[in-house]
Design a binder for this molecule. Structure first.
Ligand code: IMO
Ligand code: MG
Length: 429
């Protein structure tokens, strides 16, 4: 049995795409277990950046199996587009890409509702891909699963019921509901045909693969601090990117998971609204945004940037029981003169070393910083840990001390080979 979860430790955009692409070479299966096309996983393919939103990042290796399991919400239109883009690059998915019958479908009304809700009282800063409204339907038990989408009568009946249930909110978008329904039915003819060959019992595929001792990589989207249960609620996504989410989202028992690898960025970013104690609204924040190319891979929005928050990452370590970490984008900090690390929060007269659940404290707490000197040297291109400048090594060691986990890999760029393996011969599978 050989299974590994790769997940984000912050607010998404930690560089999971690159890490999965790096490890996928060793894997037989790559599995997406939650989220939808709100994700934006940037990889380098034929020397050019390439973003995947829905299909697992393993697809670029032509012999890997890729699965979208029950915990994911699938937008058939987005899937069609992604399959088309891959095909144009000469990457074919047939026979090695499967979608769970039990995954829920995102329909155009979910996207409309996402936009309407974002104009309301609580603005989350969502990606407007219809993720939250689709998961809400799942919880309300009115959602349409992939298997329902394939059964014409079932689909038409559920569509009618869903549109009726949403009449009140949809009226706010001034859309003609009859026309919307006609369009959905028309597209359904084509999209259901397109999806059908890929639909399968993905939990069974995984079970059989495990029985054959295949190597399975579970790829999370988003990050722990965007988790519906453990993130900075309500400024979260509507699924569970945490390690526990992989069992639920892929139909795999917890005793079948061997290891969990956390991906953590050397500084912090967040896109969308919500608390962010270490956010930098000054030229250092601006510098990190430009150095790191911190613009949303899905929405193009500028990402908010800040210092590494050890309080938040330590919390992610606990929630996911992380034993191994990949530190990414360290190269983007190479020109900074001074570097700060948040070691605690201060709110009123109290010091918090554990990540607080209170919205008030999350919002108003001030970071307590420790300052260290910058690396003073270019580090991009270095492939050995002991070739890193002393201050870069000190930074890494201090992070390890603060979060209590060893860093096994350091990524210094988007390309697969731009990585330092600190522990040589680490076998992930
Ligand atoms: P990857 O996989 C960063 C954020 C949105 C918003 C909140 C809810 O690339 O790391 P949603 O559309 O999911 O309902 O939006 O979650 N968000 C992400 N932020 N990276 C992502 O994915 C994200 N997916 C959603 O900005 O704050
Ligand atoms: Mg992203």
């Amino acid at each position: 049995m050989s299974t590994l979860i790769v997940l984000g430790m912050q607010w998404g955009d930690e560089g999971k795409g690159k890490v999965v692409h790096y490890l996928a070479k060793q894997a037989d299966y790559v599995v997406r277990y939650q989220g939808g096309n709100n994700a934006g996983h940037t990889l380098i393919y034929e020397n050019k950046p390439f973003v995947l939103h829905l299909i697992p990042s393993g697809i670029l290796f032509r012999k890997k199996y890729c699965l979208i399991t029950n915990g994911v919400v699938v937008d058939p239109e987005a899937l069609k587009e992604e399959i088309y883009i891959l095909k144009k690059k000469g990457i074919f998915v047939t026979g090695r890409f499967f979608i769970s019958e039990q995954a829920h479908v995102i329909l155009p009304y979910h996207k409309l509702i996402d936009v309407i809700l974002e104009k309301g009282d609580v603005k989350i800063g969502t990606t407007k891909k219809g993720i939250g409204p689709a998961y809400a339907d799942k919880v309300k038990r009115i959602g349409i699963r992939v298997i329902d989408y394939l059964e014409k009568d079932v689909f038409e009946d559920l569509l009618e019921k869903n549109l009726n249930e949403k009449l009140f909110i949809l009226k706010k978008s001034k859309i003609n509901i009859l026309k919307l329904k006609e369009k959905i039915l028309k597209d359904h003819k084509e999209l259901s045909k397109l999806i059908k060959p890929f639909v399968a019992d993905t939990s069974l595929i995984i079970e059989n693969a495990i029985a054959k001792n295949k190597k399975i990589l579970f790829e999370s989207a988003q990050g722990t601090l965007l988790d519906l249960d453990f993130g900075t609620y309500p400024f979260v996504t509507s699924s569970n990117p945490i390690a526990g989410g992989a069992c639920l989202g892929a139909g795999v028992g917890p005793t079948k998971i061997n290891d969990v690898l956390g991906v953590v960025k050397a500084y912090a970013t967040r896109v969308g609204e919500g608390p962010f104690a270490t956010e930098l609204l000054d030229n250092v924040g601006e510098f990190l945004r430009e150095e790191g190319g911190e613009y949303g891979a899905t929405t193009g929005r500028p990402r908010r940037c800040g210092w590494f928050d050890a309080v938040a990452v330590r919390f992610s370590v606990r929630i996911n029981n992380i034993k191994h970490l990949v530190l990414t984008k360290l190269d983007c900090m190479q020109s900074l003169k001074k570097i700060k690390i948040c070691i605690a929060y201060k709110y009123k007269n109290d010091i918090y070393k554990e990540f607080p659940a209170s919205r008030t404290i999350q919002k108003y707490a001030k970071p307590v910083y420790e300052e260290i000197p910058g690396f003073n040297k270019r580090i991009k291109g270095i492939t050995k840990f002991d070739k890193l400048p002393i201050n870069a090594r000190k930074y890494i060691k201090r992070l390890e001390q603060l979060i209590g986990v060893s860093i096994d890999l350091i990524s210094l760029g988007r390309k697969r080979e731009e990585i330092i393996e600190i522990k040589k011969n680490t076998r992930w599978f």
